[in-house]
Design a protein around this ligand. Sequence first.
Ligand SMILES: Nc1ncnc2c1ncn2[C@@H]1O[C@H](COP(=O)(O)OP(=O)(O)OP(=O)(O)O)[C@@H](O)[C@H]1O
Ligand SMILES: [Mg+2]
Length: 502
Amino acid sequence: MSDTVLKLENITKFFPGIKALDGIHLNIRPGEVHALIGENGAGKSTLVKILTGVYFPTSGKISYKGEDVSFKTAIEAQEAGITAIHQEASMFPELSVTENIYMGHHLKGGKIGALSWRQMKKQTASLLNRMELDINPDTLVKNLGVAQRHMVEIAKALSIDADVVIMDEPTSALTLREVEDLYKIVRQLKAEGKAIIFISHKFDEIFEICDYFTVLRDGKYIGEGRVADHNIDEIVTMMVGRSLDQMYPKSDVEKGDEILKLDNLSSDGVFKNISFNLCRGEILGFFGLVGAGRTEVMRAIFGIDKITSGDLTLRGKRFRPHSAKDAMRQQIAYVPEDRQSQGVILEMSIAKNITLPQIDDLSTFGFLHSKKEKEISVEYGSMMEIKAASWNVDADTLSGGNQQKVVLAKWLSTKPEILILDEPTKGIDVATKAAVHKFVSDLASKGLAVIMVSSELPEILGMSDRVIVMHEGEITAEYSRDEADSDRIIRAATGHAWAEGS
Ligand SMILES: Nc1ncnc2c1ncn2[C@@H]1O[C@H](COP(=O)(O)OP(=O)(O)OP(=O)(O)O)[C@@H](O)[C@H]1O
Ligand SMILES: [Mg+2]
C-alpha cells in the first residue's frame, strides 16, 4: 500500500492568459482510490490530460514506477499502463461498441496482442458481461443512451490492462444502478492492486469509494489526507477556501396560478399517460432512473419530441408545440442534459453561446448588436460565475463545469416563465451548485415555474416543492415536499411505490 506507483512534483501548466496548474504534487499508490477534488476550473482535467499524454506540462516532474517519464501521446501513456475515462465523451457514434472499445489499440502488440475482429467481439462481450451490462457488442454507439455510452467508455478503459485508471467524473451521466455497477468495478480494480484516480463533485461518492484525497484550488496544491480522517465540511473548506453554510437554499414560496397542465400525455413506446400540473413559483422535481422517460416528457413539452395522444394546457389554453420555436415563443426554456451535443457550441465564444436563443432579437437585417450581446453575457455570465479569461474566448477552452454554467446562462437570459432544467448541476462544484440553487429558488419566488429533472437525490429533496417519480415511461408516485424522502423516492423509481409499508 505504501509504495508509490505515480508521483508528480511541482507540475505547472500555462495556457494563454491562464495558469491552469501551478506547483501540483500528487502521490498515487497501488490498491488505492485517490480522489482529486477541486472547484470548476481548479485544474483537475488538465492534470488528467497531462498524465495521459494529451497535454505536455510547462514544467515539473512525473515519475512512474520509479522512472522519470514524459508521455508525448495518449497511446504512449496507454502502453505504459495509464488509462483514463475523460470527462467529455470521446466515442465515435457511427461505430459499433466493439470498434469503439478497440479503437486505437487493436493493431498494437503490447498486452493485448493482435486480435482478430472476432476475438475482439468476444472480448468485448465478456467485458460487458463482467460489467453486468446488457449491451450487444455490435450495437452502434449512436443508438445507446447517455448512461450506456458512458459505461462503454468505462469498458474501453478497462479493456486496456492498466496499472493506473483515471476516472474524470465517471458518474455524472449515470444513475443509481450504473453507479453501483461502477463502484463494483472500482473495488475490483482496487483488489487487483491497481491505482485509481477518481474525480467527482459528489461527496457521497467520495466518502463511499475513495481512500485518500488531494485538493486543488485555482491550479494550486492545497493539501491531502485520508478520507476517513476528515468530514465533508473540512474538505469543502479546503476546496472553496471558506465554509459553506447552506447547500440547498430553498425559500418557501406561495404557489401562484397554474401555468401548465398535462393530461394523459403519451408518446408511443416512450411514455404513457403523463398527467401533472405546474404553478407559478413552484419547483417541481422529476426523479427516475435512466430510461424512465423524464427527458422525453420534457422534450415533448418543448416541442422537440412527438406527442401521440393527450393534452397540454398552457395558461388555460390548449397548447400543442410543433417545434422548439413554438415553445420558446411561449416563454418556455429547456436546459438539456447533454451539454456536449445540445448545450454549448464549443467553437463559438461564450458571449455568442449565451445570446444564441435571442439571435433574432439581437440583430436587425442580419446586423448583430454586439453591445447588447456583451451586456447580456456580462450580466448572466457573471451571475453564473463563469470562470474564463474573457467573454470572447471559445467555449471549448472552459472547464466542464464552466461549460455547464454557459448553458444555464444562455437559457436564463431568455427570461422564461417556465424553466425546464434537465440535470442542471451536472458537473458543477458544490459552491457553485449552492449558488445555482439559490438563483433558481430566487427566480421561483418571483413567479418563475420550474421543472427540475435530476438524478441527484439530495438536489431533488433539497430543492423541490413537489416530487414526481417516473418508472418505465409512467408516473409511479407524487410526493409533497414534506412527504418526500429518499427511501420512498427510490422505491417508486424502481417500480415498487405501492409496496410501501408491506
Ligand atoms: N485548452 C485550453 N485552453 C485554454 N485554457 C484551458 C484549456 N483547457 C483548460 N483551460 C483552463 O484551465 C483551467 C483548468 O481547467 P480544467 O478543465 O482542468 O478544470 P477542472 O478542475 O477539470 O474543472 P471542472 O470541475 O469544471 O471539470 C480553466 O480555467 C480552463 O478554462
Ligand atoms: Mg474537469
